[in-house]
Design a protein around this ligand. Structure first.
Ligand code: ADP
Ligand code: ASP
Ligand code: MG
Length: 468
């Protein structure tokens, strides 16, 4: 059971999450994976940057805010005075470590990738420490576990990946026995450790991935992702308030949707579940009784839920830019594409969408990527033009494999939107295009209207509980 930041960010959210875990415990023994409380990882990143920039006062002030937030949680959640005191001491011990790190980085005057990850790790360490003591006080046999003893990763800081065989063994040796003895285990998402004990993180939103990995290594009967919306929806409800909840999706649909920008699941979450064929439930911690989404390949579950429409969901990825590359030397020459992609590979820049003709290639990359060297190298090979502040919009659905008339429907819905680039995913279950940043809302709302306005709430699409 993984709970995201908003599902444990306040004392009342934590109480709700505790009830959800308690209810599950009546049937199963849960392994609970927590994110940091909402906003805390962002705050820790600000602290890291301030420390690296020698803005010591600011870093210490923000650290004080992190401390305050968790002490308030303790105050509101724990009744017993001595437990409250000992938990406050645990919080203060972490804050003490954080402050020492701030001072160390300030003295050295440089924020390394390694210390950046250590900064980020405090959010999950603090949230799990508070949650597991609160569970214990509520009478549950609960064990807090430092996941860094289990999740052993490479040293690719901020995007670390686990050594799977080793981690699986660790899970069998240290987590499974605790669960088998009937204890609820509470541990951290997002963080890990190198073989020599340096703290790593697995990328923003990585707690979903942790939960899926642990679920697969146990293996568990199901993986539950508890978040702040009613499961996976037909679009981000922050963009389209009318978005519906999707009751069931295939693994491929969910994986594609998360790669293409739907923040509700970290992009790597689905792969471990597929490997072990474990269903993933995306559930609403604000409304635990709502059904949420089940992601599965189980034919029986999928059968009753077949859907004749074309599109299941729309994903949006903002903060992108287009690189247009053109060279007459591409015409009829082989190997040119390899040279172009070689430039991206050497610069370590990931390409998201590609569209090509005989003499030109357009590619999208994240605006946060460092592009200077890459652009210098590309300019040696041809003409380069950049279009900043664009967004990719993708429609996803298994039925797109066999669909006719799809492009017509998409592009007639986009009549008044300037489309900068178009691409059909090789998986055949997505069609994507790129629009300027300022057009995103309008484009997505048109598209959602085109594909979902005439669909009644049915066995597969539901109006979210809080909208009923
Ligand atoms: P958590 O803290 O639980 O990990 P996130 O903020 O990472 O939560 O993910 C949940 C958010 O994802 C939702 O609040 C919603 O705004 C956004 N989101 C984007 N696309 C979708 C989608 N297709 N379905 C549901 N939520 C989506
Ligand atoms: N706390 C981390 C983040 O904010 C990981 C997560 O929430 O999944 O990115
Ligand atoms: Mg998330």
């Amino acid at each position: 059971m993984k709970f995201g930041g908003t599902s444990i960010g306040t004392a009342s959210a934590m109480k709700r999450a505790m009830q959800i875990v308690g209810r599950e415990k009546e049937k199963n023994i849960p392994l609970v994976v927590l994110s940091a409380c909402s906003g805390i990882t962002n705050r820790l990143i600000q602290i890291a940057e301030a420390a690296g920039d020698s803005r010591l006062d600011e870093a210490m002030r923000l650290s004080g805010e992190v401390r305050e937030h968790h002490l308030e949680l303790v105050e509101e959640l724990i009744n017993d005075a001595s437990l409250r005191q000992s938990l406050k001491e645990k919080v203060d011990a972490y804050i003490g470590e954080l402050d020492m790190l701030i001072q160390g980085v300030d003295i050295v005057g440089e924020l390394t990738a390694r210390s950046f990850d250590t900064f980020c790790s405090f959010g999950e360490l603090l949230s799990t420490t508070v949650f597991s003591d609160a569970m214990r006080e509520a009478g549950y046999d609960t064990v807090w576990k430092d996941i860094r003893e289990v999740m052993i990763t490479d040293d690719n800081f901020s995007a670390a990946r686990p050594f799977e065989d080793l981690c699986e063994k660790n899970v069998q040796n240290s987590l499974r026995p605790l669960l088998e003895q009937g204890s609820i285990v509470v541990t951290q998402g997002f963080i890990g450790s190198t073989r020599d004990g340096k703290t790593t993180t697995m990328g923003r939103g990585g707690s979903d991935y942790t939960a899926a990995l642990l679920g697969a290594w146990l293996p568990s009967d199901e993986i539950q992702i508890w978040t702040d919306v009613d499961g996976v929806m037909t679009c981000d409800p922050r963009i389209v308030p009318d978005a519906r909840s999707i009751r069931v999706m295939t693994f491929t649909e969910a994986a594609e949707l998360s790669y293409l920008g739907a923040k509700v699941l970290h992009p790597d979450t689905i792969a471990p579940a597929v490997k072990q064929n474990i269903p993933v439930y995306v559930l609403n911690s604000l409304c635990p009784e709502s059904k949420g989404t089940v992601i599965t390949n189980n034919p029986e579950t999928l059968e009753g839920m077949s859907y004749g429409g074309l599109v299941k969901s729309i994903a949006v990825k903002k903060g992108q830019c287009i690189i247009n590359f053109r060279s007459n030397r591409m015409l009829g020459r082989h190997g040119f594409m390899a040279d172009i992609f070689g430039v991206f590979a050497r610069a370590g820049v990931s390409v998201e969408m590609v569209s090509t003709s005989e003499v030109s290639v357009s590619l999208t990359v994240s605006e946060s990527a460092s592009l200077e060297q890459l652009l210098d190298d590309l300019r040696k090979m041809g003409e380069v033009e950049i279009e900043p502040d664009v967004a990719t919009i993708s429609v996803v659905g298994d039925n797109l494999r066999t669909a006719k008339g799809m492009a017509g429907r998409i592009f007639s819905a986009m009549k008044d939107v300037n489309i900068r680039m178009i691409s059909q995913g090789a998986s055949e279950i997505n069609v994507g295009f790129v629009v300027e940043g300022e057009d995103v809302f309008r484009a997505v709302q048109h598209l959602h209207h085109e594909f979902f306005s005439d669909i009644e709430s049915s066995c597969i699409f539901e109006t979210p509980v809080n909208k009923k």
